[in-house]
Design a protein. Structure first.
Length: 432
């Protein structure tokens, strides 16, 4: 083991934080609850690296949980944001940037003819569900176990991300009424989806999924499953919502809709679309989107929606995401996935590194993972040891075995090789 880096400043900040912020953090997984140890308080990011309050430098594979596809502080994104800041932080009135962003999203994302901007992925998914219910006049929502759609009440059932990390089956405070119209089925299970449609004839407004599930670890759709969802929703007059907050502008410029060729009715976007600023969006066919206020009766609004600084940063980032960028991301993911899989195989550690394009995660299991039950059955204690061994060597992985790893265009082949080399050392301790 290398000598543990000093974490005195983070420890002091964490102690102070826990007195004034529940758990010391503003989003649960940041607390390192399932991996142990002191969460690192960050001071700045540069490219593929993070620097903490003690001056430790880490190669970052969290990248703000996805938004920073170009790395920290990409100069063009920074310049766009600074320029916008100098012209005003927020107007509460429309701007040209919002029109350009909506056109950019429409041009990139299959299914999207019109777009509404919001401030978080939670809002995007929640609003898309409301719109689907309003547009169909139906109540029932079908979601999949382990899929995460933010923390709005109706969607906070059997959810992934922090809910999975902390093993919370359901959250207190979410009433039976709020989830009475939410039906949860296992991912990749056609029979269960068919049964849900039989049980709710004419009642299902929308089937919501992460087309590339990445909040219970990465658990790809099996061959034909997205096509099946497209067919069964269309045949029953229900809408299909792809929550692409994670996969949008990441697995391809047009997200999973482009990558899989399956075109949903509604798409939720976040993370990459905002360039690291609080911005998200949802979109779909003009027919459905025109049901939103002020054109239609379905209400949705936001003081900071389409914030000019976030829009400028998002546009600057999206402008740089061309075919070469996605090729570059895939190459980096290839190198890391092959490297890690090789390390685990050589050490005799049963592990799988499932992926879709540049989205991937590590499961310590010899069994195939096709749903949430499979993701939970992986050895999360072993993941915690892996995480801590990597952290001690300066490689910052997601502090939960239920989260994806993120590469950015700022990661160099040398960076990734150094991570594989560190994993090689850590893997020896995993067999012990
Ligand atoms: C991150 C995420 C959300 C929630 O977005 P926030 O910006 O954290 O509210 C919703 N859906 C998916 C698929 C996500 O990955």
């Amino acid at each position: 083991m290398p000598s543990m880096p000093t974490t005195r400043a983070s420890q002091d900040l964490y102690a102070r934080a826990r007195r004034v912020i529940p758990g010391g953090v503003n989003s649960p997984v940041r607390a390192f609850g399932s991996v142990g140890g002191t969460p690192r308080f960050m001071v700045h990011g540069e490219g593929a690296h993070l620097v903490d309050a003690d001056g430790n430098r880490y190669l970052d594979y969290v990248m703000s949980w996805g938004p920073l596809i170009l790395g920290h502080c990409h100069p063009e994104v920074v310049a766009a944001a600074k320029d916008a800041i100098d012209r005003g932080s927020s107007y509460g009135a429309p701007t040209a940037g919002e029109v350009e962003l909506a056109e950019t999203i429409r041009d990139a994302v299959p299914a999207v003819e019109m777009v509404r901007c919001v401030s978080s992925g939670t809002e995007a998914a929640m609003s898309a569900i409301r719109l689907a219910r309003g547009a169909t006049g139906r109540d029932t929502l079908v979601k999949f176990g382990g899929h995460y759609h933010g923390h709005s009440d109706a969607l906070l059932v059997d959810a992934g991300s922090g809910v999975a990390t902390f093993g919370l089956p359901n959250s207190p405070g979410v009433t039976r009424g709020a989830t009475a119209d939410t039906v949860v089925v296992p991912w990749n299970d056609r029979t269960a989806v068919e049964a849900a449609f039989r049980a709710h004839p004419d009642g299902i407004a929308v089937v919501a999924c992460e087309p590339v599930p990445a909040n219970m670890g990465v658990v790809p759709a099996e061959a034909g499953f997205l096509e099946f969802l497209r067919e069964i929703t269309a045949a029953n007059g229900a809408l299909l919502l792809f929550d692409e907050v994670m996969s949008g502008f990441r697995v391809a410029r047009g997200g999973a809709g482009e990558h899989s060729g399956v075109v949903p009715d509604l798409v939720a976007l976040g993370k990459v679309v905002g360039g690291g600023y609080p911005l998200a969006a949802f979109g779909g066919s003009a027919d459905v989107m025109r049901q939103l206020a002020p054109e239609g009766p379905v209400y949705q609004a936001g003081t900071l929606s389409g914030n000019p600084v976030a829009v400028a940063a998002g546009l600057a980032q999206l402008r740089l995401l061309d075919d070469a960028a996605y090729k570059g991301l895939a190459d980096r993911a290839d190198q890391l996935i092959e490297g890690l899989q090789g390390v685990f195989d050589a050490a005799g550690v049963p592990a799988a590194v499932p992926r879709v394009a540049s989205l991937f995660s590590v499961f310590f299991t010899g069994e195939p993972v096709r749903d949430y039950a499979g993701a939970r059955a992986a050895d999360h204690g072993r993941y915690a040891r892996f995480f801590n061994g990597m952290l001690a060597r300066g490689h910052y992985l997601p502090p939960s075995g239920y989260e994806a790893l993120f590469v950015s265009l700022a990661h160099t082949p040398e960076d990734i090789a150094s991570t594989v080399a560190a994993a090689h050392e850590v893997a020896r301790d995993l067999v012990a």
